[in-house]
Design a binder for this molecule. Structure first.
Ligand SMILES: C[S@@+](CC[C@H](N)C(=O)[O-])C[C@H]1O[C@@H](n2cnc3c(N)ncnc32)[C@H](O)[C@@H]1O
Length: 284
């Protein structure tokens, strides 16, 4: 198992984490928000960070909470990867998310190193589309699927900021979409999927990772080119390597290459915060 951290961030940093929160800086804005994986102690006192923070999110229930500001502000962050410059819109949301998952820059780096002009990329559960933008900047033909209108609007804004017009945005349920692509016999060279533990499809249908992932992967495999690659990202502690690896072994042939591990961020005191698990499957 590998632990990977992003290499190219200049305008994002994880300042500190612990006591159930993470303190981050996005461009010139400092935020404090809950983080389940921050089970250690903060290096500096919470009161120290509270004085520095622009925005603080307080959990009210298990599922929700509130920022310390009524109008949810937006701002921008730049990300430069070798010769690719990207810029993303950030916005506080009621769900504590800000518009990017900084640790996933590892996946952005991966796609940037592998995709080529005209490669077909399918981004499922695509949210605000950072990876869609990066793949599109390389010249890939990107199909971007999310069931949330708000997420698609944010992703379209990101494409516009980056002067990109080679992303096809579709509001749909990830599973329903791949089933349609299977029927149409469409194939993709890269499929990126970052399913939530729970979610809702376009028609309000429930999605649960423990029930849905196996079916979803089976259809993804059938619309993958022969040497195509799947990048799967997960962040469900109850649904980790032990549960997912057997599903991958069942779905793909013995010749498929499977690399897996975790995505982490390193804070300004050199502590490592593990956030997601990743699986890269090369079809064969
Ligand atoms: C955690 S986010 C993905 C983050 C993304 N990988 C990134 O780095 O920007 C999960 C996304 O899945 C979407 N979603 C949830 N259930 C879905 C479903 N059944 N079909 C399609 N999208 C879904 C949500 O709207 C949300 O934008």
């Amino acid at each position: 198992m590998k632990i990977k951290t992003p290499k190219y961030w200049k305008q994002y940093s994880l300042l500190d984490f612990g006591n159930g929160v993470k303190v981050e800086q996005f461009n010139n804005i400092v935020t404090i928000r809950p983080e389940t994986n921050a089970t250690n102690n903060l290096t500096k006192k919470l009161s120290f960070w509270q004085q520095k923070a622009n925005y603080i999110y307080k959990s009210k229930t298990v599922d929700g909470g509130k920022w310390n500001i009524e109008n949810l502000p937006e701002w921008f962050i730049n990300y430069k990867l070798d010769i690719i410059d990207s810029r993303f819109k950030l916005q506080l949301s009621n769900s504590k998310h800000i518009g990017i998952f900084p640790e996933q820059a590892v996946n952005w780096e991966f796609i940037a190193s592998k995709a080529k002009a005209n490669t077909k990329v399918l981004n499922l559960f695509a949210y605000t589309g950072a990876i869609s933008v990066i793949a599109a900047k390389i010249g890939a033909n990107v199909t971007h699927i999310d069931s949330s209108k708000t997420a698609i609007k944010h992703a379209k804004d990101n494409a516009e900021i980056n002067h990109i017009n080679n992303i096809r945005f579709i509001i749909d349920d990830a599973y329903l979409f791949v089933k349609k692509e299977e029927k149409r016999a469409n194939k993709y060279d890269f499929i990126i999927l970052d399913p939530p533990t729970y979610g809702f499809g376009a028609k309000g249908k429930n999605w649960k990772i423990n029930k849905g992932l196996e079916h979803l992967l089976r259809v993804c495999k059938s619309i993958l080119t022969s040497n195509g690659v799947i990048i799967l990202n997960t962040y469900s502690p109850k649904f980790s390597f032990k549960q997912i690896l057997p599903i991958l072994e069942k779905t793909f042939t013995k010749n498929a290459k499977i690399e897996f591990g975790s995505l982490a961020l390193i804070d300004s005191f050199n502590k490592e915060l593990i956030l997601n698990d990743f699986y890269i499957i090369v079809n064969n």
